[in-house]
Design a binder for this molecule. Sequence first.
Ligand SMILES: Cc1cc2nc3c(=O)[nH]c(=O)nc-3n(C[C@H](O)[C@H](O)[C@H](O)COP(=O)(O)OP(=O)(O)OC[C@H]3O[C@@H](n4cnc5c(N)ncnc54)[C@H](O)[C@@H]3O)c2cc1C
Ligand SMILES: Cc1cc2nc3c(=O)[nH]c(=O)nc-3n(C[C@H](O)[C@H](O)[C@H](O)COP(=O)(O)O)c2cc1C
Length: 604
Amino acid sequence: MTGNAAIATTPLPEPHFDRLSELATALSSAQLHWASGYLYGRAESVLNLPSSVTEAASAETLTIAYGSQTGNSRRLAEALAAQSEAAGLAVRLVSLADLRARELPSLSLFYAVISTQGDGDPPDDARRFLDELGGRRAPKLDGLRFAVLALGDSSYPLFCATGRALDERLAELGGRRVVDRADADLDFERDAAPWLTDALDTAKRELDTTAASTAATGTTPRLHLVSSATATPVLSAPNEAEVIVRHPLTTERAVRGVHHVELDIAGSGIAYQPGDALAVHVSNPEPLVEAVLDAAGLDGDTDVIIDDHQASLRDWLRNRRELTRLSLKFLRQHADRDDSQSALSAALRDSDPQAIRRWFGSRQLVDALREAPADWSAESLVKALPPLGSRAYSIASSRAEVGDDEVHLCVAEFDGEHDGRRWQGLASGQLSRLDEGASLRVSLEANPRFRLPDDDSTDILMIGAGSGVAPYRGFLQQRFATGGNGRNWLLFGNRHAREDFLYQAEWLDALRRGSLHRIDVAFSRDGDAVRYVQDRLLAEGRDVFDWIESGGRLYVCGDASRMAPDVDAALRRILETHAGIDEEGARERLNDLAAEGRYLRDVY
Ligand SMILES: Cc1cc2nc3c(=O)[nH]c(=O)nc-3n(C[C@H](O)[C@H](O)[C@H](O)COP(=O)(O)OP(=O)(O)OC[C@H]3O[C@@H](n4cnc5c(N)ncnc54)[C@H](O)[C@@H]3O)c2cc1C
Ligand SMILES: Cc1cc2nc3c(=O)[nH]c(=O)nc-3n(C[C@H](O)[C@H](O)[C@H](O)COP(=O)(O)O)c2cc1C
């Protein structure tokens, strides 16, 4: 390693050492390697190591940029930056929020690590950069050397769409791809490892390191951490929580049931802030596991060893693999193994995005196995299925109001029927049936991008549909407790005022006591002309514009596929109409608001 010969190392205090050892035993060897790079990168940036060198100004610099919502891409970019620097390269690490497209032509070598969010959308911090790059005024990039690492989740129909689009656009503008794009799935550390190695080797070959290579004689270029998104999402280890209460927020006639869940998290060490989410870790239900075994014609007692982990097939399926979310990767392999010529396999082989989207929305693994029987071995099935992930739920409370030991959630049921079989979402299915005293495993999924303003006198406009209203309950509790004089405006939408006006009594109470200053609603099936939150937003356009102009902050939470893009379009229309600017100007204005942290979205 470079640059730290002069740094005295300090042994860890015992409790920290114990926690680190415990964590290390749970990691595979590939993960341990990744973690070592990550920790090194953190040490460099946190300690702000004194560099024994003057800046290697004449050295060609490797610019590593990341676009990241929950921190995965950022962490990989940091690890690559740390390893590149350790290899003697001059490195600049930057959030895409802080990079402008016009800077690209002057870069020596440009690497981007970027995730996909929403329904094939960019992460918020990359919006402005990608808009600039996609626009008419995008710079010519003749000769720019670049490479892209895309992160995603193949259970989404538009897998790694943002990374793919960026990779193609850089080439279209004249850039020269020096490493082929890799698309990393949920197990992104493992998927990204070959790309990272290749990217580092390529950078060593491509860059003139003459000035930087003085590192070999003790002069090392510094790792630059240039980012406005400084806060690190904290993913705590799972802890037990106990259900205090669970009750429906909707009537029995509601199209989709929504539940209020209160959990006791005493002793968990979880110290959340309004805007954070709670990750819920659940296992697959036994009947579903047995149904999958039956449909696959496999014996659940078969031993399966993958990555040093040995367990029965039944255990793998129950605790370590997704059974309720189909993934594109799995579907492709499934189609290859199915030689029954079923209509399903034909659709899959065609890779028709619309057909795949319909598939994802209505079937689970057990349906795929039944409809298109394929020849899977226990090991190949486990290898093909995505790892079981946690599910995030926006926190609907503030510790200032409910105390440190409680957390509240607002959970929408996710279920349907396919071919006579009722299916349920894994986590929402379990959460919406929890009894008082039941326990479940949870961890904190901090969301530093979705926070209340530090300044209590800032006005906020909270736009949310369905369970998207959850974080605003926490926001209001917090603003009431801190007693600032900023105005709070809630714009809420759902289907029927009588069936699913979530937390109605609480909003009315908040209006009465003055912590909520305004509420506007849109109920899509009540027959009003104003159907959705975006329609309500347009109808109140003048006031929305005035709030923006007077420095207010906009929050959007809830459905990513329709609500969020429609709200975005409505905001652009409002800016066009009331600021008298054209569509491109309105888009830029909205991007600027996002970059300034005044237009914040938490959509899923
Ligand atoms: C930051 C964040 C905050 C969230 N906050 C809330 C909240 O406050 N309240 C709330 O109710 N939910 C919230 N969610 C959504 C929540 O995390 C779960 O996604 C949701 O509850 C469904 O999970 P599940 O385990 O019940 O269903 P799953 O078991 O994951 O899926 C059930 C079914 O949904 C379909 N499906 C699954 N994945 C996809 C896909 N990718 N595309 C299309 N169809 C699919 C399939 O048909 C599947 O059978 C949030 C998500 C995020 C990322
Ligand atoms: C709400 C939400 C929506 C997502 N949408 C997509 C998507 O459309 N396509 C995709 O490939 N991945 C999607 N993902 C998966 C992320 O890209 C993946 O989790 C990635 O590792 C996140 O990296 P980041 O933390 O750098 O943002 C989505 C994740 C979330 C939480």
